[in-house]
Design a protein around this ligand. Structure first.
Ligand code: SF4
Length: 457
């Protein structure tokens, strides 16, 4: 069996499962957020009764992160609905925007978008918060009401996005009916060359198989090229499985995974035992391809979908209006460090927005130094508008007043985010070009799409 099959067999109490077979799977963690949480709660109450209790209050993780720093009253109200539910159910894991468990959330636009407007429990983007707060463990099943839940596959677990109806059912029962996906193997060899990042790897692969090339399939990553990657790189790749239609992404377990997870569960006092899955010698794939990472170059997915692959050096004629670094995929500390390396001591030419994925990233960028200066100040001095309000922000547009949202038509933005369908970051006539933090930074400096190898020392 492949990693995904082994995991689903174990989670459904079977010795073996086959692709295409339906299995009732026991869920280890259910994650929801402010956009889908209220709908999920509504389904749960409708189907299980208004006094029903969730199946296990230690296995539900609620992370407000999407439409948070906006004056839109309905969006603010969504956070309050989550808080009411957490209180009613006695849930253990809720990363609230405010400190008062009986309060209500109101964003104050008069304070501006840049300065912190959250309390001590707030964390930021759900997929980046889950590993930080010790909710991911190898060998487990995570379902979340968000398509990029697949990011947790970096940790050798089965992780996938589900809709509100399924999530309401999971809240009541702890189970989900899943069709076992066929598996595709992406075997990576060779070393990424200077200027190339994990984002280029996944953009290259999606360009290769198409934005529907892995539809309802597991994307299994293997090989020495993968083993050499750190956990942030693996997360970047796993995050974008859904951009090829993938059901999930999955990486083998290794000591890097174990060390990362053990540190986070100890720090947060979350469940510490786990049992990884190892690949079988007889695993069967419907697609099996080798990729030589040393041959990859800085890559861009052009408007209007993540499969529109071109090399950055082929696109120097594309003039840009904006650059954006942030999101679960591209707003990690390592992403900002790469970005800062390029813009250090220089000035961006176009409006450039920086949105850290989590509050921890904010703290780390303020603490980290390059040449005696904090990374945060290097970014600000280069002209990047940095917000302390870690969240999804303009990654998926959001209400009109969302930081970095493209409100005017026909703007072109290069972005370290993961999705670029029309209207994704705001106006439906804007265009988004997906790229690595290096490529976004180099392009911000020139005002047109730029191969970062031209500016990296
Ligand atoms: S940062 Fe973007 S991709 Fe990630 S969860 Fe938020 S909206 Fe989705």
């Amino acid at each position: 069996m492949t990693l995904t099959e082994k995991l689903l067999a174990r989670a459904s109490g079977k010795a073996r499962v086959q692709p295409g077979e339906n299995a009732w799977v026991n869920v280890d963690v259910l994650m929801t957020h402010d956009v889908c949480g209220p709908g999920t709660i509504g389904v749960f109450k409708r189907e299980f009764g208004k006094d029903a209790k969730v199946w296990d209050r230690s296995k539900v993780v609620i992370i407000p992160d999407h439409y948070i720093f906006t004056a839109d009253s309905m969006s603010n109200r969504n956070v309050d609905i989550l808080r009411d539910f957490v209180r009613e159910q006695g849930l253990e894991y809720f990363y609230d925007v405010i400190d008062d468990p009986n309060g209500s959330w109101h964003f104050d636009p008069t304070k501006g978008q840049l300065k912190q407007q959250y309390g001590k429990h707030f964390a930021g983007v759900c997929h980046t918060t889950l590993p930080w707060k010790g909710h991911l463990r190898p060998g487990e099943v995570l379902v979340g009401t968000d398509s990029h839940t697949c990011m947790a596959g970096a940790f050798n677990q089965f992780a996938t996005g589900i809709g509100n109806t399924d999530a309401g059912f999971v809240l009541g029962t702890g189970k989900i009916l899943l069709k076992v996906p066929e598996s595709m193997r992406f075997f990576c060899e060779g070393e990424m060359q200077p200027g190339v990042m994990a984002k280029d790897v996944i953009l290259h692969v999606i360009g290769d198989i198409g934005f529907d090339g892995a539809t309802y399939r597991a994307m299994q990553w293997e090989g020495p090229g993968v083993n050499a990657m750190n956990m942030d790189d693996r997360m970047t790749i796993a995050n974008m499985a859904i951009e090829a239609g993938g059901k999930n992404a999955i990486f083998p377990y290794d000591e890097k995974t174990g060390a990362y997870v053990r540190e986070r569960v100890a720090e947060n006092g979350t469940k510490s035992d786990f049992e990884p899955v190892e690949p079988d010698a007889d695993q069967q794939f419907v697609f099996d391809k080798k990729y030589d990472l040393s041959k990859l170059e800085p890559t861009v997915a052009c408007h209007p979908d993540p499969g529109q692959r071109k090399l950055a050096r082929e696109l120097t004629g594309v003039k840009l209006d904006r650059a954006y670094i942030g999101s679960c995929t591209g707003g990690k500390t390592s992403d900002f460090l790469a970005f800062a390396r390029v813009v250090n001591g220089r000035s961006v030419k176009i409006h450039t927005f920086g949105v850290p994925a989590t509050t921890k990233v904010v703290a780390e960028l303020k603490a980290a130094q390059i040449g005696g200066k904090s990374v945060w100040s290097i970014l600000e001095n280069a002209g990047v508008q940095m917000t302390e309000n870690a969240s999804c922000a303009a990654c998926l547009g959001g209400p009109q007043d969302t930081f970095g949202r493209m409100n005017e038509k026909a703007l072109k933005c290069i972005s370290a985010t993961n999705r670029n369908f029309p209207g994704r970051m705001g106006h439906k006539e804007s265009q988004v070009f997906l790229a690595s933090p290096y490529t976004v930074a180099a392009s911000a400096l020139t005002g047109h799409i730029t191969d970062p190898r031209e500016v990296l020392a």
